[in-house]
Write a protein that binds this ligand. Structure first.
Ligand SMILES: Nc1nc2c(ncn2[C@@H]2O[C@H](COP(=O)(O)OP(=O)(O)OP(=O)(O)O)[C@@H](O)[C@H]2O)c(=O)[nH]1
Ligand SMILES: [Mg+2]
Length: 413
């Protein structure tokens, strides 16, 4: 329970105690008045600052990074998430060991496993470092396994959901894929590790959609490093769906935070579709001007609500346009007896037109490169005149994702 808050406008943080001297005294008085037992800073403190404030107030101090790590720890369900959280916690703890040790000593009397000639602190550091190395090795294994999994998915169009925590990423994955095992909850960091599900867009157009950890303002740096493995999925995606909670008064600031975290992760030049979610919560007199403004600011945007299936229709259409743009229409000529190939085209491609020409069957169909290759090897004649347009198709896929005209944008072949 929060019993009191205190704020200070600071130009320069006090290197020793973060807050100024007077403010520390004020904090002490407030603690006595309210019988507070814990102090939480909404910013990151250096190890020394944390210790000094604890010494000055006699109370336990937690900073923003430690609090976020604590929340992460309670949310971690899969073994990968648990490994990542433990690693982040240990990396956070290492430079603060003296302080933590004092806590332990006070509460548990300090039983050590000191090696010969080592101080307790040295032993602790050694143990922690050892565990950090172990965790890194285990995570490297997970990363390799993921890489293999991703290789298997090559060839299918892939999109990643990114966005501020609680924006509705998991709800969108659940709504589009129908997968009930996607975890949705109204709290921060409901999702920690990536989860990929296939979304059927109709007419044999599919997208592999990956849900990722939510971003947050002032995300502790070392923590981002720990979550790098998770975000590999993002760098590997063909398209990012940046989910924005349009009903949140601070959505613009949240959007900037997400952009800067993406920058920090080195994810540049990815095509992005902005998905303005939760529009069911916005009254129409606010929504219409908002849509207008956004269309000027961010032409690649759709407005959706994950509350209902139909609310996600604009996103479905945009994704369909995108997958179509990446699968141009080819002309395929087959012998009339090639029933197996014909069936394969119908099973994997999207047939636009089919007619007979003498003894041949001539189809116009959207097929991907892999299928085109197989058909050619089997003796079919595949004319992808669209190849010449390849660059144009890709450019259209990147730029042409405007909300309502998304269908038109995909129809470039
Ligand atoms: N009214 C309304 N609520 C929504 C919508 N989409 C999501 N929510 C709610 O918003 C909350 C967060 O949804 P999630 O899908 O868990 O959000 P997330 O972005 O995955 O969150 P993290 O995993 O924590 O980053 C849940 O309570 C959802 O039910 C929407 O379109 N309309
Ligand atoms: Mg989620």
């Amino acid at each position: 329970m929060v019993v009191g808050t205190i704020t200070q406008q600071i130009d320069r943080r006090n290197p020793a105690t973060y807050l100024g001297k007077g403010k520390i005294e004020e904090l002490g008085t407030l603690i006595d008045e309210k019988s507070a037992t814990l102090i939480i800073f909404d910013d990151e403190l250096t190890p020394a600052q944390g210790k000094n404030v604890e010494d000055a107030t006699g109370k336990r101090v937690m900073d923003r990074a430690e609090l976020i790590l604590d929340i992460f720890a309670t949310r971690a369900r899969t073994s990968e998430a648990k490994l990542q959280v433990e690693l982040a916690q240990l990396e956070y703890m290492l430079p603060r060991l003296t302080r933590m040790w004092t806590h332990l000593e006070k509460t548990r009397g300090g039983i050590g496993m000191r090696g010969p000639g080592e101080t307790q602190l040295e032993t602790d550091r050694r143990l922690v470092n050892h565990r950090i190395r172990q965790l890194k090795d285990k995570l490297a294994d997970v990363t390799r396994a993921r890489e293999i999994q991703r290789q298997g998915r090559r060839g299918t169009f892939r999109a990643s959901l990114v966005g501020y925590t609680n924006a509705g990423k998991s709800s969108i994955l659940r709504g589009l894929s129908g997968a009930r095992d996607v975890f949705v909850e109204d709290r921060l960091f409901a999702t920690l590790d990536p989860l990929t599900r296939e979304v059927d867009l109709g007419e044999n157009n599919r997208v592999l959609l990956t849900d990722t950890v939510g971003f947050i303002r002032k995300l502790p740096h070392h923590l981002v490093a720990s979550f790098r493995a998770t975000l590999e999925e993002v760098s590997d995606a063909d398209l990012l769906l940046h989910v924005i909670d349009a009903s949140h008064p601070g959505w613009e600031e949240q959007r900037h935070v997400v952009n800067s975290v993406l920058d920090e992760l080195g994810v540049h030049d990815k095509p992005v579709l902005h998905v303005f979610n939760k529009i069911d919560r916005i009254p129409s007199e606010t929504l219409i001007p908002l849509e207008e403004r956004v269309r000027n600011l961010l032409p690649n945007s759709v407005f959706v609500s994950a509350e209902s299936d139909s609310g996600l229709e604009p996103l479905r259409r945009a994704l369909l346009a995108k997958t179509r743009a990446l699968r141009p229409v080819s002309e395929i000529r087959l012998g009339a007896s090639e029933g197996r190939l014909l069936a394969e085209i119908h099973r994997l491609g999207e047939v636009v037109e089919q007619q007979t020409d003498g003894a041949d069957l001539v189809l116009r169909a959207r097929i991907d490169d892999a299928l085109a290759g197989r058909l050619r090897r089997a003796g079919a004649q595949v004319d992808d005149g669209s190849k010449a347009n390849g660059a144009r198709v890709r450019a259209a896929a990147r730029d042409g994702l405007g909300g309502n005209n998304a269908d038109a944008a995909g129809d470039v072949s």
